[in-house]
Ligand binder design. Sequence first.
Ligand code: ZN
Length: 165
Amino acid sequence: MGKVLVLNASYEPLNITSWRRAVVLLIKGKAEQVEHNGKYIYSGFPLPTVIRLRHYVRVPYKEIPLTRRNLLHRDSHSCQYCGYIGDDLTLDHVIPRSRGGGDSWENIVTACVRCNVRKGNRTPKEANMLLDVAPRKPYSGLYFEVTKHLKNGVNQEWRKYVIGI
Ligand SMILES: [Zn+2]
């Protein structure tokens, strides 16, 4: 049935939850319905897609795990050296591990097999393969999750609540 975007009382996006959990929050009066997609759970109770909490909650910053899936998503599933988009994608250490480069958001990029092999054990400068965009850590975990959902073509009504998408 889908996921629901939860807004803080301030209208800032807070997290993504299941529709069941969202309905519980609505029934308990802890949240109000902001958007629905026209489907009904039962008569007079539309299925929410965005809800807003009645009371403001403070949340600590959540780290985004450095995984292959998340790196590919950050790099829009494209080679950061040549722009190739397809299935033959690998992860490349910008500064090779053997040269002291670490596992971090700033040092790993998505690269096609060809570019990865061509670059080999060299730095971008040595290989004359410069990156268009300096890799960085995604700045908000929630923003990151929301863009993943939007990419799948669902929950388009979330867009207006998440600035910068
Ligand atoms: Zn490439």
